[in-house]
Write a protein that binds this ligand. Structure first.
Ligand code: ATP
Length: 347
């Protein structure tokens, strides 16, 4: 990337208003609110940048500069615990405390999405979709105005890691609150609650068994607050953790780098095409349920059914669009990433 030219006199007003010069580029098209714009930078193809992708970015209306507002993101609080362990009660307690101190709070949870949890947790595909919807809702809601509380079981270590990547990506602090209960206590609470809120016993037992306990030695489970049923929520410590602590530094895989090198785009194009060709060829001799080895990837494509060429093309295009906005300089991982993307997208 070439060094940034100074913005010169025309943009000093923006700089005085507290905007940082983010990059210099050629702006091709801007919508009326200046939050979506099509830009071209060096050798990359024009890319549509949205306010969501480029948090806090704003382009200057009269020149080829993009500005970034150095605002603070509001934190994410993640709850976890057995089913019926008091997660929603603790979320509300925290919400009330924060609102009393004048902050806005937004709670996201499976009950908010109105799902039939007994049906969802009995079906791994539906559960995965629910986790995806919750994560997307968190991503949409993380902003500078509201504290987001994710009130759902969050019992999978890998999922908590994904949430951690998300907050690293948007550069906002987070913390985890683990509601600790003995399974038999939660089970009694479950049996005493309204019938339409109850987990059936089979699902309850399965969720308890699947629970992956948080460990504060893991970056994604830290800072960790544990709260037993008769304990008070450590509200002050939680506030200190989320408001007076810096967000974890971004790393290469989570940092926003919308300006991709030509070599990266070339590799992205080549590698994904190779994977598509391999899958299409392998399908000639495979049946649903087979696993396909792909050159350059340690991950394998799991084939639940035969995929058409147009579907593979569409998935490839989606992956390319996403990856262009979230480039990972580790080109050697592209094949694996695309295989993972295919496995997650094909049902
Ligand atoms: N500390 C507590 N002492 C006694 N009962 C409690 C306590 N916390 C929660 N409960 C009871 O447990 C039930 C479930 O509470 P809550 O909805 O907060 O749990 P949850 O973990 O969010 O549940 P779910 O897994 O369904 O989302 C409620 O009926 C509530 O009365």
């Amino acid at each position: 990337m070439t060094s940034l030219p100074t913005s010169g006199g025309r943009n000093t007003q923006r700089e005085r208003e507290g905007w940082d010069l983010h990059c210099y580029c050629r702006i091709l098209l801007v919508n009326h609110s200046y939050d979506h714009f099509l830009w071209e930078h060096e050798n990359t193809r024009p890319a549509l940048i949205s306010a969501r992708e480029q948090r806090g970015c704003l382009c200057s209306s009269d020149s080829n500069y993009i500005f970034k507002r150095p605002f603070e993101e509001m934190p994410l609080v993640v709850l976890c615990g057995f089913p019926c362990s008091g997660k929603s009660s603790r979320s509300q307690e925290l919400q009330e405390h924060l609102e009393q101190s004048g902050r806005k709070v937004h709670i996201i949870g499976d009950h908010v999405l109105g799902v039939d949890r007994n049906a969802v947790y009995a079906d791994s595909k539906k559960e995965k979709e629910l986790r995806g919807s919750l994560r997307a809702a968190v991503e949409r809601k993380l902003n500078k105005e509201e504290v987001v509380i994710l009130d759902s079981p969050n019992y999978i270590k890998g999922y908590r890691y994904e949430l951690f990547c998300l907050i690293k990506h948007v550069q906002t602090p987070h913390c985890l609150i683990h509601c600790i209960t003995a399974p038999e206590i939660s089970s009694t609470w479950n049996q005493n609650r309204d019938k339409n809120e109850q987990y059936n016993q089979e699902i309850f037992d399965a969720l308890v068994q699947r629970f992956e306990f948080p460990d504060s030695r893991n970056r994604w489970d830290s800072p960790l607050f544990t709260v037993h049923k008769d304990e008070k929520l450590p509200l002050e410590q939680i506030c200190n953790a989320i408001f007076h602590r810096k967000a974890p530094p971004p790393n290469q895989s989570t940092q926003m780098q919308p300006l991709s090198s030509t070599n990266f785009l070339h590799e992205l194009d080549k590698v994904t095409q190779e994977v598509v060709t391999t899958v299409l060829n392998a399908q000639k001799t495979s049946v649903p349920g087979d696993v396909i080895m792909v050159p350059g990837a340690s991950e394998k494509v799991q084939l639940p059914r035969i995929l058409s060429m147009s579907e593979l093309r569409r998935l490839r295009q989606q992956f390319i669009s996403y990856t262009k906005l979230h480039p990972n300089e580790n080109i050697s991982q592209l094949a694996n990433m695309f295989v993972q993307y295919l496995n997650q997208s094909i049902h």
